[in-house]
Design a protein. Structure first.
Length: 168
C-alpha cells in the first residue's frame, strides 16, 4: 500500500498542472477546473492499481478528466448559471497580449462544447486525430469535421479580414 500511495502521489505531482490546464480549457472557469481535476484524481486513485500498469496512462487520465467535465456539465445545478461569464473567469497566463488573450478565450467559449474539446485536445495538447477520438469516445471522422468547423469559426471570429480576403 505505501508504494501504491507513493507512486500515485509522484504521478499527481508531475501531471497535475497539465490536468488543470486541460480542465480549464474545457470549462473556461478556474474553480470548476479545480473541481474537475479533484474528481478525476479521486477516480484515478480508485483505479490506480490497474491504471498504473497501462502504457498510455496519460491518455487514460485525460479521458477521466474529459468524462469528469462531461459529468459536471450534466448536473442540474450547472444549467443554472449566468449567461455573461466573462466577469467571473480568471485568465491563464499566456504569451499573447491581454487583448489577444481575451479575444481567444471569448472565441473558444463561443464554440459548441464538442468543438471546443476537439480543439483543445488537437491543438493545445497536440494529440493526433486517433488519440483525440479515443480520448473523447468519438470517431476520427467526427474529430476531423469538428476540428474543421471549429477552426473555420475561430478564424472567422478572430480574423474576419482573412475570411473575406481583405488585407490592410
Amino acid at each position: 500500500m505505501p508504494d501504491r500511495d507513493g507512486d500515485f502521489t509522484t504521478y499527481v505531482v508531475q501531471r497535475r498542472p497539465q490536468l488543470y490546464r486541460l480542465a480549464y480549457l474545457l470549462c473556461g472557469d478556474a474553480h470548476r477546473a479545480e473541481d474537475i481535476v479533484q474528481v478525476a484524481l479521486a477516480k484515478l486513485y480508485g483505479a490506480w492499481d490497474r491504471a498504473s500498469r497501462l502504457e498510455g496512462i496519460d491518455a487514460y487520465v485525460r479521458r477521466i478528466v474529459v468524462n469528469s467535465h462531461l459529468d459536471e456539465t450534466r448536473r442540474p445545478w450547472r444549467r443554472e448559471r449566468l449567461r455573461d461569464r466573462e466577469q467571473l473567469d480568471v485568465p491563464v497566463p499566456a504569451p499573447l497580449g491581454v487583448e489577444e488573450t481575451d479575444a481567444l478565450w471569448t472565441a473558444l467559449r463561443g464554440l459548441p462544447e464538442g468543438q471546443r474539446r476537439v480543439v483543445v485536445l488537437r491543438h493545445y495538447w497536440g494529440l493526433s486525430v486517433e488519440e483525440t477520438a479515443r480520448d473523447l469516445g468519438i470517431s476520427t471522422g467526427t474529430v476531423k469535421s469538428q476540428t474543421s468547423l471549429a477552426v473555420h469559426e475561430l478564424r472567422r471570429v478572430l480574423d474576419p479580414a482573412a475570411m473575406t480576403g481583405e488585407r490592410p
